[in-house]
Design a protein around this ligand. Structure first.
Ligand code: ARG
Length: 458
């Protein structure tokens, strides 16, 4: 007999139970479900809704159930649908009528809203800690080669010379915003929904503020209908995780390019790569590729959650049960990436010679010539035009920009001086970008100092 058996003369069909069950995935909420129930019965006793002795035995039994679950000594049955009914049934099996008092003034609708919020608080704490580790790995890797230079790209075309550390620190910024988004989401979800009942609250004199304090929430929810129907905290979470996925995917793409034969800028540790079953020479950057691929799942999880909530009438609808697999999938995916990526960054070897060679393409310094002309008083648009004409001249004559004598350069750039010939040294080009946010050596060291103190490194 089901827990709602009173009104029914038949149990659900077997295939209906299979469609209906969520125990196969929501069992991971057990600890939070139990924590919520313990706070709930403590409040019920304080309010005189159940006897104090009953509350004590329920709380003790909940601890035993928790231990049984952790010891693998707990039977899951599809017929009991979800984790909430499993635990309530186990209580009733152990305590009889006393156990049957646990669900007073509560519905699974506010219960699941509570459980998932409790669960997400913990998971978000793990994720933000993981993001910190990721940032640390990037900062340390950047600091270890803080003067290595390489070409920076726009449109995947050589653009201007930058420091390798500057490039990595760009991702540290992105992951910091990802962390902030998660913390912000945590703030908004830290609201206590229990007491909202099925949708309309309860006729029993419960003390919601007590439960709120017991469970460490910031406040109780103001509207019972909102509290059981809303999943926008899940949408926010999945959106933050999808954005993180996009960031990791872009980092992955950089690494995949950098370790290709064409670039040859980095070599990833063997433990983070795989070989080919056919081609003996291959070493493939699978971790980076899979992380890039997993971004698709994270985006899919977000879209599924948005679609799930779209058009649902108030309040709770069973559709909402579908939230959990998307949430868990995204959390697990990101946790896995956060485990694997930092050590891959930490052990990544760089080929400074290959980077330097690529950075010595004199075309990367064309902007420096134009800016030198601006210093000499030439309006920027004219300067741009002259240097453009110089680049065109060099291309047409098959000459490198730095292989042209001054007199010849002056045919297209009349204002050019001796000094122009020294502008093709990539180290100088980097050094001169000495403004806040620029890639200059001094500025990148400032960024590193900032992150070292922010991340409490060394
Ligand atoms: N397993 C359900 C879920 O995950 C719990 C709430 C069920 N409520 C209900 N009225 N059937 O959403």
């Amino acid at each position: 007999m089901t827990l709602w058996g009173g009104r029914f003369s038949a149990d659900p069909r077997e295939d209906v139970a299979l469609l209906s069950e969520s125990i196969s995935f929501d069992k991971r909420l057990y600890a939070h479900d139990i924590a919520g129930s313990k706070a709930h019965v403590k409040m019920l006793a304080k309010q005189g809704i159940i006897p104090a002795a009953t509350a004590d035995s329920i709380r003790e039994e909940l601890d035993r159930i928790r231990k049984r679950i952790e010891d693998g000594d707990f039977e899951y049955r599809v017929a009991l649908e979800d984790i909430h009914m499993h635990i309530e049934s186990a209580l009733i099996a152990a305590l009889g009528a006393e156990g049957a008092r646990v669900h007073s003034a509560r519905s699974r609708n506010d219960q699941v809203a509570l459980d998932i919020r409790l669960y997400l608080r913990d998971r978000i704490d793990d994720l933000t800690a993981g993001l910190r580790e990721f940032q640390k790995a990037l900062v340390q890797r950047a600091a270890a080669d803080d003067d290595a230079i390489l070409p920076g790209f726009t449109h995947l075309q050589h653009a201007q010379v930058v420091l390798f550390a500057h490039h990595l620190l760009a991702y540290v910024e992105m992951f910091d915003r990802d962390r902030e988004r998660l913390l912000d989401c945590r703030k908004r979800l830290n609201v206590m929904p229990l007491g909202s009942g099925a949708l309309a609250g309860s006729t029993l004199p419960i003390d919601r503020e007590f439960v709120c304090a017991e469970l460490g929430f910031d406040r109780v929810s103001r509207n019972s209908m909102d509290a059981v129907a809303d999943r926008d905290f899940a949408i926010e979470l999945l959106s933050a995780l999808a954005i993180f996925g996009v960031h990791v995917s872009r980092l992955s793409e950089d690494l995949i390019l950098w370790c290709s034969q064409e670039f040859g800028f980095v070599e990833l540790g063997d433990a983070f790569c795989t070989g080919s079953s056919l081609m003996p020479q291959k070493k493939n950057p699978d971790v980076a590729e899979l992380s890039r691929g997993k971004c698709a799942r994270l985006c899919g999880d977000l879209v599924a959650m948005l679609t799930l909530c779209k058009g649902l009438p108030l309040t709770y609808n069973r559709d909402l049960q579908e939230d959990k697999e998307r949430i868990f999938d995204a959390l697990d995916t990101v946790s896995m990436i956060l485990k694997v990526y930092p050590p891959m960054i930490a052990t990544m070897a760089i080929r400074r010679d290959r980077m330097r060679e690529a950075a010595s393409d004199p075309a990367l310094m064309a902007t420096d010539l134009a800016e030198k002309l601006v210093e000499l008083g030439v309006p920027f648009r004219d300067a741009h035009h002259r240097v453009g004409a110089f680049v065109k001249y060099c291309r047409e004559h098959g000459k490198a920009l730095d292989a042209v004598p001054l007199a010849e350069m002056q045919q297209t750039i009349p204002e050019a001086t001796e000094e122009f010939l020294s502008l093709f040294v990539p180290e100088n080009s980097v050094a001169k970008r000495d403004i806040t946010g620029g890639t200059g050596y001094r500025q990148v060291r400032r960024q590193l100092d900032f992150w070292r103190s922010e991340l409490e490194l060394d």
